[in-house]
Design a protein around this ligand. Structure first.
Ligand SMILES: NC(=O)c1ccc[n+]([C@@H]2O[C@H](COP(=O)([O-])OP(=O)(O)OC[C@H]3O[C@@H](n4cnc5c(N)ncnc54)[C@H](O)[C@@H]3O)[C@@H](O)[C@H]2O)c1
Length: 332
């Protein structure tokens, strides 16, 4: 039988991956793909935004280990005691509150996770000579003045605005990761993920897709911020995971953008969700949050050229799969 990692160019056949934030939305899909690819997985999570249900399908499977720990404190001993047969050869650093509602509620924990947490995850990788991959974000570009955003763009971030707790923590995590490579010759990579959506998002996490899907399924008005003309580019989670694993398997230091360049306005997205759910809901326009970026679209030339990666799931298909999942699960 084909493994999901077989189709990933250059995947190195890692044997034990540590995934911080592995019980979160993206992390749980990564754990699943790695395990199905024949890799042992130790998932480290403090459950501040993640859920045990996200990895419930993995907990009885051989080779999966779940550790409850806050990566802001060193967590080597917990990983060593989790039961994996081998030392880690890959560390994927995905722990961090990621939705604006979450990081605005936990500003200091978000900063601490991006800084001390990333330092501790890097230290774990260093001790085992493992490749380290840091999950950064398109938020590193802030409210961009260049469009689309390529990795050469340095960004436009308000360092003291409310969103800075996330943006600057991620930028610091990138700086730390890059310095680890420069100062110690570590094998590191940085991926800048653009908006990703799919099953296991929480209906109340504040991000546009789960909010719209939850509201449409409940027959409520869909709350569009501002005039709804601001754009996002939305990647289905399977595409993102494939991109992350391709980057893990490569020797590239990054940063490399992983996202879907098909741009959609928030108003178009809301109308598409209404159409696909068959809902009778209308739209309601509400105030736009401060420092909310007006446009967001990745230039993925680098990922296409160096990783032979590009997204393949259309917005319609990805939204259909997400809506099906939301129909079967409590909106959360
Ligand atoms: N989903 C996206 O659109 C997107 C876009 C860009 C970047 N990212 C990055 O991908 C990663 C995952 O995002 P997500 O959307 O799955 O969010 P999520 O909130 O679902 O997952 C984050 C996970 O990290 C855990 N966590 C947070 N702080 C921790 C800590 N100190 N110690 C241990 N665990 C901790 C949470 O409990 C949760 O399980 C984040 O680093 C995020 O910045 C996601």
């Amino acid at each position: 039988m084909n493994k999901p990692t077989d189709s990933i160019p250059g995947f190195r056949g890692f044997r034990h991956a540590v995934v911080t934030g592995g019980a979160g939305f993206v992390g749980s899909h990564l754990c699943t793909a790695l395990l199905e690819g024949g890799c042992e997985v130790t998932c480290v999570d403090d459950f501040c935004t993640g859920r045990r249900e996200n990895v419930a399908h993995l907990t009885d499977r051989p080779g999966f280990h779940l550790v409850e720990a806050d990566i802001c404190h060193p967590f080597d001993a917990e990983v060593a005691g989790a039961g994996a047969g081998l030392a880690p050869d890959l560390v994927l650093n995905f722990a961090s509150p990621a939705s604006p509602a979450d990081y605005l509620r936990m500003p200091l924990h978000t900063l601490e996770t991006g800084s001390s947490g990333t330092r501790n995850a890097l230290a774990l990788a260093r001790r085992h000579g493992a490749r380290f991959l840091h999950a950064s974000t398109s938020e590193a570009y802030g409210d961009p003045q260049e469009h689309p955003q390529s990795e050469r763009y340095w960004g436009h971030v308000n360092p003291v605005g409310p969103r800075s707790v996330y943006d600057e923590a991620k930028r610091f995590g990138e700086a730390l990761t890059a310095a680890e490579a420069r100062a110690r010759g570590a094998d590191v990579g940085i991926v800048r993920l653009f908006n990703t959506y799919g099953p296991r998002m929480r209906g109340y996490d504040g991000r546009a897709v789960p909010t719209f899907v939850r509201q449409a399924l409940a027959g409520e008005e869909l709350t569009v911020t501002g005039d709804g003309r601001q754009t996002r580019s939305l990647a289905y989670v399977d595409d993102t995971v494939r991109g992350v694993l391709a980057m893990a398997g490569s020797e590239l230091p990054g940063p490399v953008n992983i996202g879907n360049p098909d741009e959609i306005t928030m108003q178009e997205l809301a109308r598409l969700v209404i159409e696909l759910t068959g809902s009778a809901s209308g739209l309601r326009f509400i105030e736009r949050p401060s420092d909310d970026p007006a446009v967001r679209c990745p230039d993925i030339t680098l990922a296409r050229g160096k990783l032979q990666w590009e997204p393949t799931v259309t917005a319609r298909d990805g939204l259909r799969r997400t809506i099906d999942w939301f129909r079967q699960h409590a909106a959360g």
